[in-house]
Design a protein. Structure first.
Length: 143
């Protein structure tokens, strides 16, 4: 397991995910990997499928994939999102996260990414009264 965030930081990130998902039917996950072999986006896409994020009803999952040891990350949205949004949809999320990461504020960067993702998803996938939480909110860890 990747030992990066302490328990309090993990709890704050999970709370941010739950808050963001309270406004959208979108599903947001954060995943950390110990190392990266290959391109971050390609590995993130593989992890996206391994976590079965492509099985949500509206295909509106978002993965924030981070490799702390290499200071690399990627944001992957499912096809339901990508069919509806402009090509530069994730740039604001990426830029917001990078601002915090450059200052060494990794928890804050992840929370910013989750918050911005939730705001953006709310426009295209508002939460309905019968919305179900389809994916776990906890941080997942790779090898």
């Amino acid at each position: 397991m990747v030992d990066f965030f302490n328990k309090k930081e993990e709890q704050e990130i999970v709370a941010a995910i739950r808050e963001a998902e309270g406004h959208t039917s979108g599903e947001i996950r954060v995943h950390l990997e110990r190392e990266l072999i290959g391109d971050a986006r390609n590995v993130a896409a593989r992890v996206f499928h391994e976590l079965e994020m492509d099985k949500t009803a509206d295909r509106n999952g978002v993965l924030i994939f981070i490799v702390p040891s290499m200071r690399r990350f990627a944001i992957i949205g499912d096809e339901g999102i990508n069919e509806k949004v402009p090509a530069d949809f994730w740039e604001e999320v990426r830029d917001g996260m990078q601002q915090h990461f450059r200052k060494g504020k990794f928890k804050e960067g992840v929370i910013e990414g989750v918050r911005l993702s939730g705001q953006k998803l709310k426009t295209f996938f508002p939460r309905s009264a019968d919305d179900k939480n389809e994916l776990p909110d906890e941080i997942s860890y790779g090898r």
